[in-house]
Design a binder for this molecule. Structure first.
Ligand code: ATP
Length: 259
């Protein structure tokens, strides 16, 4: 059974139609790239899946349940995380506090990835709720710092004083640490220096190898072709092409010849 199955969805902004019958599916533990030039409908697609936009027709099934037109909070609670374009951190909290908040949120959520929940339960069996939080946070914080070493260096810094790229990295880290069943990431490389993009993509590679399910939106496909298991290409609000593993590179070369 697919982890995410999007069938024939249409989305409009008032009178303006942005998506026209988009369909695709992805399996658990796999990663999917959503490619397309400016205005193709990539952000609209992820915003519709995460419940930030309503769809006018079609269906979205996630982990066995129809989440079509659920409110965004309910979609997130059911285990679908979204790293939106731009920065979304608590500016007046430190890096560590931002990460801790994400982790506490994940303990309270009812629909996390079951295998990750089992690990948490094992390590917290006989502890009270408050002790459990404290004990798990330290282990999981170490895991976060291992994945994001730059955030470890800056753990006591206020998030609002991080560079733009570091804030993007923290947004990603908080969503990753909340252990959603699927994480959708919208144009992570936007506005980042090439060195920072390398660093972030190295982290995504680690997440991918550890079996996390990822949906990555990118305008410039060269960064993700080696990372993802399949791609869909959007243009004018429609899927114009799709491919898997060995086909991806030739597809990208054909559709994005300058990349
Ligand atoms: P980019 O890579 O430039 O972010 P995108 O592929 O993510 O582009 P979308 O942001 O999904 O594209 O936009 C798809 C279309 O919907 C565009 O033509 C855009 O102008 C339009 N659109 C997006 N947001 C709105 C809005 N709030 N109101 C009206 N039209 C919108």
């Amino acid at each position: 059974m697919a982890l995410l199955d999007v069938r024939d969805i249409y989305v409009s902004y008032g009178p303006y139609k942005a998506l026209f019958g988009v369909s695709f599916s992805m399996e658990k533990g796999k990663s999917l790239g959503v490619l397309g030039t400016n205005g193709a409908g990539k952000s609209t697609l992820v915003r519709a899946i995460s419940g930030l936009l309503s769809i006018t027709s079609g269906s979205i099934v996630f982990d066995g349940k129809s989440i079509t037109n659920w409110p965004a909070w309910k979609v997130a609670r059911y285990g679908l995380g979204h790293v939106a374009e731009g920065r979304s951190v608590f500016a007046t909290l430190s890096v560590r506090e931002n990460l801790e908040l994400a982790m506490v949120q994940s303990l309270d959520s009812v629909n996390l990835d079951e295998s990750l929940r089992k690990q948490q339960r094992r390590s917290s069996l006989s502890l009270s709720r408050s002790h459990r939080r404290r004990s798990i946070d330290s282990g999981r914080l170490d895991e976060a710092y291992e994945l994001f070493p730059r955030l470890k260096e800056r753990r006591d810094q206020l998030a609002g004083t991080l560079s733009g790229g570091e804030q993007r990295m923290l947004s990603l880290a908080t969503v990753v640490m909340a252990q959603y069943k699927l994480v959708m990431i919208d144009e992570l490389s936007l506005g980042l220096s090439p060195a920072m993009v390398d660093e972030v993509y190295a982290t995504l590679d680690k997440l991918n190898s550890s079996g996390r399910s990822l949906l990555l939106v990118e305008q410039h496909p060269n960064r993700i072709v080696e990372l993802v298991d399949s791609v869909i290409v959007l243009s004018g609000g429609k899927v114009i092409s799709s491919g898997e593993s060995a086909d991806i590179e030739s597809l990208v070369n054909k559709l994005f010849p300058t990349e």
